[in-house]
Design a protein around this ligand. Sequence first.
Ligand SMILES: Cc1cc2nc3c(=O)[nH]c(=O)nc-3n(C[C@H](O)[C@H](O)[C@H](O)COP(=O)(O)O)c2cc1C
Length: 225
Amino acid sequence: MHKVQKYIAEDLKFSNQTIKEMRINSKKFYNNIKDRRSIREFSKDKIDINVIKNAILSAGSAPSGANLQPWHFVIVKNKSIKKKIRIEAEKEEENFYNHKAPQEWLEALSPLGTDENKKFIENAPYLIAIFEKKYSISKNKKIKNYYVKESVGIATGILITCLHFSGLAMLTHTPSPMTFLNKILKRPNNEKPFVLLIVGRPDTKAKVPKFAKQKKKFDEITSIF
Ligand SMILES: Cc1cc2nc3c(=O)[nH]c(=O)nc-3n(C[C@H](O)[C@H](O)[C@H](O)COP(=O)(O)O)c2cc1C
């Protein structure tokens, strides 16, 4: 029979807000986050790497299955590496848009006006490649991770939220397959690319598709019992 281990306890750090504060803060948060938009035109403005580091620290604070933290983040600022990534991503995207993608998928994407051109990969000051780890390796031993996709998805959401909160814009980019990222970024076989985030300030002329702002209403996405 499974025996419950005693854990080493610590005091909890918790903001004890009043009901009113909770209501105000949750509304404030919503009013801020609802204006997050994926952008595809970035300015070449330099960004302090500490902002990116803080966003990754925030992601690293995420909950994860058994606290195994099955993620790895690669910050890319080097121009020639960005160029290599763009070349490989555009190869995959060219194949996707012109051969691989079913008509239904192309129709779903059409309001966004995207195509195989990924100039933003080179223009943006930072890329963050996020890798999920099916298992980790410690002292030459494989350690299985649990709920990997769920954990990495939550961490990525926190990262994106921190970037937005810090005044940066981003794009979740997913050329498929993304295995070229392992090669270019020298990541081992137990890691699989999850998403590639393109991060920076929007170009002064950046526009976003009107379609992207149209989010489902509360009642469409929620049931209450
Ligand atoms: C998992 C995931 C993959 C995505 N992949 C791409 C992509 O490869 N290229 C792209 O231009 N946008 C991509 N997007 C961005 C979506 O098109 C965008 O989130 C959606 O249109 C809603 O717009 P918003 O982010 O401004 O709310 C992706 C988003 C997610 C969550």
